[in-house]
Design a protein around this ligand. Structure first.
Ligand code: URA
Length: 239
């Protein structure tokens, strides 16, 4: 990454302030005064500002297996929140990347890196989210085609094309399946299944982009994301 961004990420100042510091000769890379903020650094160099070595503050990134029955809010007076599963010293710092309904289980990402959340969740990015669902009712015959075409669920704009697959008819009036979507509209999966003839009775998010929920995490458990997972999710790495 560019030296000026590295300095800004270390908390030295804004990117433009960091450029100025570089011009003023206050920054050294491997002992030599840096001259240009555009200089590329990998994070393995010795980088100092005003003679003090800098270390990139490490961000926190967690994969959490959200159980049903808790809400995706940072604080709530009456209901259990996903942050109640983390120790207070951690939960104070964490932001929730996206929302799952209270009765939805599955993969949730939490981090103190707001830029990462923005990158992951901004509507323009279209990061795929996959859900496993169980539903009552009768699925319309052309359901998979309708999902693939981009459904109208009564919003201003139709949905982006998605994928409906692994459909199983589990009774006279019940079915299950997987649904991959690119947006995160309000109650999107439940509304899509409703428009296709069903009523969701169970919903679990099983992956975000190319990263799947770790099967070793029980509901309520979390673990740090690996460097590989972070890269798959598109976070810029300094390593
Ligand atoms: N779609 C829903 O309907 N609910 C969720 O929690 C997530 C996606």
């Amino acid at each position: 990454m560019r030296l000026e961004k590295y300095l800004a990420d270390c908390g030295v100042g804004s990117r433009s302030q960091c450029k100025t510091y570089i011009r003023q000769g206050l920054v050294k890379v491997n002992g030599s005064v840096a001259e240009n903020g555009a200089q590329k650094v990998s994070g393995t160099e010795e980088i100092s500002f005003q003679g003090k070595a800098l270390t990139l503050a490490k961000n926190l990134y967690f994969m959490f297996h959200k159980p049903a029955g808790c809400i995706c809010a940072t604080r709530d007076n009456s209901q259990k929140t996903v942050l109640d599963f983390f120790p207070p010293a951690l939960s104070k710092k964490l932001l929730i990347a996206g929302r799952l309904d209270k009765d939805t289980e599955g993969m949730l990402l939490l981090t103190d890196d707001g830029a990462f959340i923005h990158q992951l969740m901004s509507p323009g990015k279209h990061v795929e989210k996959t859900y496993f669902f169980k539903a009552s009712g009768r699925l319309s015959k052309d359901a998979a085609d309708r999902v693939a075409a981009g459904m109208d669920i009564g919003d201003e704009k139709p949905l982006k094309p998605g994928r409906l697959y692994h459909i199983q008819i589990t009774g006279t009036d019940a079915f299950s399946g997987c649904l991959t979507i690119k947006e995160g509209r309000y109650h999107q999966v439940k509304r899509m299944i409703k428009a296709l003839g069903g009523e969701v009775s169970y919903l679990k998010r099983i992956s975000i982009g190319p990263v799947s929920l770790d099967a070793s995490l029980s509901p309520g458990e979390y673990r740090p994301l690996t460097e590989e997972e972070l890269q798959l999710l598109g976070r810029e790495s300094v390593k």
